[in-house]
Ligand binder design. Structure first.
Ligand SMILES: Cc1cc2nc3c(=O)[nH]c(=O)nc-3n(C[C@H](O)[C@H](O)[C@H](O)COP(=O)(O)OP(=O)(O)OC[C@H]3O[C@@H](n4cnc5c(N)ncnc54)[C@H](O)[C@@H]3O)c2cc1C
Length: 384
């Protein structure tokens, strides 16, 4: 069934990850009639290392969500244990928090509802070039489609969304040889890994991060070369990659994979259209998860877009303003991440990584340590 366009909503926000929920909460608090939709049924699994950087925690607190249960329960980590072959170096990092993504995202969506937004899950959204939105209700036996005409559309549908597929304007450009994301949750956290550290395992085929979840389970998230995945036979790619970096999959108890993510390093041709469609979070583009900044960028963009969205609803938005701000901000924020992830693939990259670290005082120590470990320099301690 297809209904006629309606104007019940001032704003439709597509995707209830951190970016979408923060944006929906902020809009609702400004008195904007806001519908937040997600195609998944919540709580849903989400591939992520779960490590929330200090910048992300600050943005969550500023958005008024500092006391949600999943943040209160989150575990503090201030060490990164870098493993490469038989070498391991342990370095201090600014205090990250480990969150369970499934609970974190549900709590944020609940927070958006408490702020006055309406949240509907199990709905796949598609944006049309006339800025109307089709909402495909996927629950139950008789899926139905409703078409709505909100004042603005905020697209926060992540790397796998596809809600902008009808717009050439928003086409992705994907970096050649981009890694893909795989991961899952282990029933228990291996005794040989420090419970208060993020453990990062690097190999020629990619890297795997392991962190202890507040429930005592283990979060595993990896960025891996697609060619390596294609060569795998037998057990699933997650188990195979865990083994390939020298860990025993059995030490995690039951290992449950979550849906993977294709080509991580990508960006969009543009991130706004007609002064009414605004793209935020991973849906704008992504570098790679190595530095654990994705959730922070998502939360920050969900808050940053609010004045632009308000201007659009009040008819005084200057086209290109959102894209301009993001271009400048992201170039600055993603520089260290782009340097590190690019350097991970380049032989003799130690110098480049050290330069990257030098640009960002807080991470310089661990980046240069990482460079020494991952590329086999001599002044590191072998694993006991
Ligand atoms: C391997 C890996 C490890 C990572 N580790 C970390 C880490 O340790 N720390 C960190 O900060 N970041 C990490 N990240 C990045 C982080 O997960 C993302 O940056 C973050 O989730 C982006 O949030 P978002 O709100 O933009 O999108 P998402 O969290 O991806 O949410 C998008 C939502 O949109 C929904 N959706 C999609 N299409 C539609 C549609 N058509 N209609 C309706 N809903 C739709 C999806 O169901 C989903 O719920 C990692 C990523 C990967 C791949």
């Amino acid at each position: 069934m297809t209904s006629q366009p309606g104007d019940r909503w001032d704003a439709v926000v597509i995707g209830a990850g951190p970016a979408g929920s923060i944006a929906a909460a902020g809009l609702a608090r400004r008195g904007v009639r806001t519908l937040l939709v997600d195609r998944a049924v919540f709580p849903r699994p989400k591939l992520c290392g779960g490590c929330l950087a200090p910048a992300g925690l600050g943005a969550i607190q500023r958005a008024g969500f500092g006391s949600i249960e999943s943040v209160r329960d989150s575990l503090a980590v201030s060490r990164l244990d870098l493993h490469s072959g038989k070498y391991m170096a342990s370095v201090g990092i600014p205090a990250y928090r480990v969150v369970d993504r499934s609970s974190f995202d549900s709590d944020l969506a609940d927070g958006a509802v408490r702020s006055g937004a309406v949240f509907r899950d199990g709905i796949r959204a598609m944006v049309h070039p006339d800025c109307t939105v089709s909402l495909e209700y996927r629950r139950g036996r008789n899926p139905s489609v409703e078409r709505v005409r909100p004042g603005i559309v905020i697209v926060a549908d992540g790397l796998k969304g596809g809600s902008l597929a009808e717009f050439d304007l928003f086409a992705w450009s994907v970096r050649n040889a981009s890694l893909v994301g795989i991961g899952g949750v282990g029933e228990r956290y291996p005794g040989e890994l420090a419970p208060d550290a993020i453990s990062m395992f690097h190999s020629d085929e990619g890297y795997l991060g392991v962190a202890r979840l507040p429930s005592g389970r283990a979060d595993l998230a990896a960025a891996v070369r697609p060619s390596w995945i294609r060569r795998q036979k037998g057990s699933g790619p997650l188990e195979g990659f865990v083994r390939s970096v020298g860990l025993d999959p059995a030490s995690f108890g039951e290992l449950r994979s979550v849906p993977g993510v294709p080509s991580l390093t990508r960006k969009r041709r543009t991130i706004e259209a007609s002064g009414r469609v605004f793209v935020i979070g991973d849906a704008m583009g992504y570098v790679e998860p190595f530095t654990g900044e994705g959730m922070s960028w998502a939360v920050e963009s969900g808050a940053q877009v609010l004045p632009f969205a308000s201007d659009s609803l009040e008819g005084r938005y200057q086209e290109g303003a959102w894209a301009g701000v993001v271009r400048r901000e992201r170039a600055r924020r993603t520089l260290p991440c782009r340097l590190v992830t690019g350097a991970l693939r380049v032989p003799g990259a130690v110098r480049a990584i050290t330069i990257g670290g030098a640009c960002v005082p807080l991470v310089d120590r661990w980046l240069s340590h990482f460079a020494r470990v991952a590329f086999g320099a001599t002044s590191v301690e072998p694993v006991k």
